[in-house]
Design a protein around this ligand. Structure first.
Ligand SMILES: CC(=O)N[C@H](C=O)[C@@H](O)[C@H](O)[C@H](O)CO
Ligand SMILES: CC(=O)C(=O)O
Length: 282
């Protein structure tokens, strides 16, 4: 088997939602059917767990660990890659989750920049990421850039500068921003073994044309076949068809402008996986 670190992540990655019970506990029995639903109905073979859509930062580390374990256990032999978001405000919590993800059998980890106390410099962010990545030295590591949520004004390209010297496991970027100039500069700087994954589903086609290797998004939970068609059309050079699929996709328009989106997504998936689930407050 190719070592984890050498497997390039491409194609669609579903940013999974987190099913909770009415008592606010992770609804673990839903994860098995959720995996089957993604594979069989959506044709999506990679997941990004405990991220924005998964409301990871609203969960405690114990809950995140239980979810990680269940996704890794249920995904085994069915999913290609389970990427776990381990970013927290606390460095030590993030390190603990990074170690745990490795033990649980995750295929990679990702970290968002902390955003309450914002690290003013790219160097500060790189060091924060380095201290987490070092705790899981066998796992591919991805930086998760999502400026509209973190409020961080630093360009992703600046964070990438020299990052592989600090983080030998660095394997790419999840870029959830609409600044395609910054994204293009990341593409231009990237090493061939990095994956540049785009995260604003509504303009994926534009990011493909800038060089995206794949995409991580919430809408691939329910628009998998359509977006796979978009990737195929683009791959064949049929931009007209890809555009028809992109603009016809009726994507929700960046979630942040749509405050009820997590609730709506939870409802759709509760229905699809035939179970009732809830979101994390607030
Ligand atoms: C803010 C946010 O959650 N962005 C997601 C990924 O990063 C996207 O997948 C969006 O959910 C998607 O583009 C729908 O607006
Ligand atoms: C879209 C995404 O990557 C997330 O929800 O974390």
């Amino acid at each position: 088997m190719a070592s984890l670190i050498n497997r390039k992540l491409t194609g669609l990655v579903a940013a999974t939602f987190t099913p909770l019970t009415a008592q606010g506990e992770p609804n673990l029995p839903v994860i098995g059917p959720y995996v089957d639903y993604l594979v069989e109905k959506q044709g999506v073979l990679n997941v990004f767990v405990n991220g924005t859509t998964g409301e990871g930062v609203s969960l405690c580390t114990e809950e995140r660990k239980r979810l990680t374990e269940e996704w890794c256990r249920r995904g085994k032999g069915k999913l290609n890659q389970v990427i776990v978001h381990v970013g927290c405000y606390s460095l030590k919590d993030s390190q603990e989750l990074a170690r745990h993800a490795a033990e649980a059998g995750a295929d990679g980890i990702a970290v968002i920049a902390p955003s309450f106390f914002k690290s003013a410099t790219a160097d500060g962010i790189r060091r924060f990421l380095q201290e987490i990545a070092a705790e899981a030295p066998t796992l591919p590591f991805y930086y998760y850039h999502i400026p509209a949520v973190t409020g961080l004004s630093l360009r992703a390209r600046d964070v990438l500068e020299g990052i592989d010297a600090l983080i030998p496991t660095f394997r790419g970027l999840k870029f959830s921003g609409s600044d395609l100039m910054d994204f293009g500069q990341c593409v231009s700087y990237a090493k061939p073994h990095w994956s540049l994954l785009y995260g604003v589903d509504e303009q994926l086609l534009a990011a493909l044309s800038m060089g995206a290797d794949g995409a991580v998004g919430s809408t691939f939970n329910y628009l998998g076949p359509l977006v796979s068609g978009l990737l195929t059309a683009y791959g064949k050079g049929d931009v007209s068809q890809a555009r028809t699929l992109q603009v016809g996709a009726r994507m929700p328009g960046v979630q942040l402008y749509c405050p009820l989106y997590p609730e709506a997504l939870t409802a759709v998936l509760s229905f699809s996986c035939r179970c009732r689930s809830f979101c994390a407050p607030p």
